[in-house]
Design a protein around this ligand. Structure first.
Ligand SMILES: [Zn+2]
Length: 302
């Protein structure tokens, strides 16, 4: 009898008995999904985008289905934890009962990180669903940045930004790369020009501000699932979008008075009749300032 071989086989048997435990401890893979609505397949006007619109109830269902497709794509690539930020309008669009039981949803406003509330440095990848082109785009469906009613341009460190850029910079602050985006062709092209070769699900082609040639919801969902799976799979080859600090924010308003009254604050510089500048320590501070711009009114109640 060979005692050394015998001992070795005992050690191997113990190791083998521990294997199932090792296999159970799956590595965590956290994916953050920020969901807007203008870039959802079929969306072209306010009829789909606001609760008063005659098609809104159906289209919040399509938005939810696109998010569900993104969740499935992320899981196909191994995601174990998913957080979804409802980032359109009142932030109460997603039909949360249709999402998997272990998904966390961020709802309503205000929130310091805006469309990216809920992200932190524990995430491995960020995904944008239903995004649209910037207010400086001449082609996208419902193209705007943060507010089509009040803002005509938003720039960070001198670069005009779509919402995808602002959201990517917040993800980048936490070291998280953006891996995929869905929206119309203008939104996807803008994001890829800024962020590099992220996966893009083009679910419609913009014809004008209020018209598009669109895929059907089912086809768009299949495309989103495949692109998100590919993006999450490629997360290690995509770099986080990191802005140099401090971060300079330039905003121009449609109207005259916001810039005038904001410049009463010593942290705000008036750069023109309709424009102001705010410099934040980092993008988080800039995000809080943007949320203030969007959310403050002397008539806030409660
Ligand atoms: Zn929106």
């Amino acid at each position: 009898m060979n005692h050394i071989a015998d001992r070795r086989s005992i050690v191997l048997a113990i190791l083998a008995s521990l294997m199932p435990l090792a296999l159970q401890a799956k590595p965590s893979l956290k994916v953050f999904i920020s969901a807007d609505m203008e870039g959802v397949a079929g969306v072209v006007t306010a009829d789909q985008l606001h609760p008063a619109g005659f098609e809104y109830e159906r289209f919040r269902g399509f938005m939810t289905a696109e998010v569900l497709a993104a969740i499935q794509g992320a899981r196909d690539a191994g995601a174990t934890t998913i957080v979804v930020a409802d980032a359109h309008g009142n932030g109460e669009n997603l039909l949360i009962e249709l999402l998997p039981y272990d998904v966390t949803v961020i709802r309503s406003w205000p929130r310091p990180l805006g469309m990216m509330e809920g992200i932190d440095s524990t995430f491995d990848a960020a995904v944008f669903i239903g995004y649209h082109a910037s207010t400086t785009s001449t082609t996208g469906v419902r193209a705007h940045t943060l507010s089509s009613a009040t803002l005509t341009s938003v720039a960070l460190n001198g670069i005009a930004m779509p919402e995808a850029g602002i959201s990517a910079a917040i993800a980048g602050h936490f070291g998280v790369p953006v891996v995929a985006i869905s929206g119309d062709d203008a939104a996807v092209a803008e994001a890829q020009a800024l962020l590099g070769k992220i996966e893009g699900a083009v679910v419609k082609k913009a014809i004008s501000f209020h018209a598009a040639a669109t895929m059907t919801p089912a086809a768009a969902q299949a495309l989103i699932r495949a692109k998100v799976k590919a993006g999450v799979g490629r997360r290690r080859e995509l770099s986080p979008y990191v802005l140099q600090k401090p971060v300079r924010l330039d905003v121009s308003f449609k109207h005259y008075r916001p810039g005038e009254i904001l410049s009463y604050l010593s942290i705000v510089e008036r750069t023109g009749a309709h424009s102001i500048r705010f410099t934040g320590r980092d993008i988080v501070e800039v995000s809080r300032f943007l949320e203030f711009l969007d959310g403050y009114s002397a008539e806030l109640a409660p």
